[in-house]
Design a protein around this ligand. Structure first.
Ligand code: GN1
Ligand code: MG
Length: 364
């Protein structure tokens, strides 16, 4: 705790520290909410950037500064027609004007403003929430659609490149002694049966069918901030992976997390289901603000994107389980195996409803 106080002091805007509490459920960084007794700014968010994952935190912070400034400028020039609230977190600087602080142990810290009167949900609440989640992603894409993709650095090479995750999986299989169990066998067979198809988005990208754009990278539902009073979406947080990529990764991630009512941490595998009604609501919310830049070609690949990102996340969790949980934080040794099974069950449910999902996309 003393250590956290020292870290918070580096960034503290004004006022006395009241408390520092663990915040959110991130799988990579450590996040804390700092409370101050200040009239100006009552809270801010303190994060330790996991530099095993984000090896160049200076690029993460530079992207964040460029991106947030771009959106603020744009909203100032053209405020939202609807007059709706949209908030972009601010990067807080240290006393020396730096966007991050290295502690004496070499750990990398940053601070960002907290969006007051807002909340994030780990599971979808209802159809209105689904629509708001889609709106948030659409607005996010819309607001950065005029920022050239090459303005932002690649903060995490290979992120969402499914064939690379497959290759890594094969390497992990080869180097570890794998103890067979019904769960492990299920995962291995599940992956084997989908190896060839898993190239679908990268092949389309390489063939020039899908353009490189900017993406959020991690638009799962608990990264959408909802106004606590109006219940409307007011922003997206977790900007570490805002970088060039395919919007399909984002749409797929948003739907795989938003249309799984039990959430990704459930252990009730048999009841994991992808809900098409929720998908329709998410996509309607998305298109209400993003229709301009989605082409017919983009739409052709939406079903594959939804299926692929669920599969890919299952593959990433399972590989990490086999590799000794070196990437995602875990609460117990089989945690990543359980998470993998949830994503594979979700993928199965998506596959079983392929026609219904394709029809929703066609009718949009
Ligand atoms: C990780 O740390 P968090 O929870 O924001 C991961 C995402 C996964 C997500 C699954 C950089 O995000 O790709 O979809 O877990 N982020 C990174 O919950 O790998
Ligand atoms: Mg994240």
């Amino acid at each position: 705790m003393d250590k956290l106080v020292t870290v918070a002091d580096q960034f503290k805007p004004q006022g006395q520290l009241v408390s520092i509490q663990a915040f959110g459920n991130g799988n990579i960084n450590d996040t804390f909410l700092v409370t101050l007794d200040s009239a100006a700014e009552k809270h801010f968010v303190l994060q330790r950037i996991n530099t095993e994952v984000f090896r160049q935190p200076q690029l993460v912070m530079r992207n964040m500064c460029i991106f947030t400034q771009h959106v603020r400028d744009r909203l100032e020039r053209c405020p939202l027609d609807s007059g709706r609230r949209w908030e972009v977190p601010r990067v807080l600087l240290t006393q020396d004007g730096c966007d991050r602080w290295l502690d004496p142990d070499g750990l990398c810290w940053r601070a960002i403003s907290f969006i007051e009167n807002s909340q994030c949900f780990d599971t979808i609440q209802n159809l209105e929430h689904a629509q708001e989640v889609g709106y948030a992603l659409g607005m996010f894409h819309n607001l950065m659609s005029d920022l050239p993709p090459n303005r932002l650095a690649d903060t995490l090479e290979g992120f969402h490149i499914t064939p690379n995750y497959l290759q890594h999986y094969q390497q992990v299989l080869a180097k570890n002694q794998i103890c067979p169990s019904p769960e492990v066998n299920y995962c291995r067979q599940f992956i084997d049966a989908r190896q060839a198809w898993a190239h679908v988005l990268e092949d389309a990208k390489a063939a020039g069918k899908l353009p490189l754009r900017l993406m959020h990278g991690d638009p799962k539902i608990n990264n959408v901030t909802i106004d606590s009073t109006t219940k409307q979406a007011i922003g997206m947080i977790d900007l570490d992976t805002v970088k060039p990529g395919l919007v399909h990764y984002d749409i797929g991630d948003c739907l795989r997390s938003g249309c799984n009512p039990l959430g990704e941490e459930t252990q009730d595998w048999e009841n994991v289901r992808f809900e098409p009604d929720l998908a329709q609501a998410v996509l309607q919310g998305y298109l209400a603000v993003a229709r301009e830049f989605l082409t017919d070609r983009d739409c052709e690949y939406l079903y594959d994107a939804i299926r692929l990102i669920a599969f890919e996340l299952g593959l990433r969790f399972f590989t990490d389980y086999l590799d000794g949980n070196v990437y995602f934080k875990v609460a117990y040794p089989e945690h990543n195996l359980c998470r993998a099974i949830v994503q594979f069950k979700l993928t199965e449910s998506i596959e079983a409803q392929e026609q219904a999902i394709r029809n929703i996309v066609c009718d949009l």
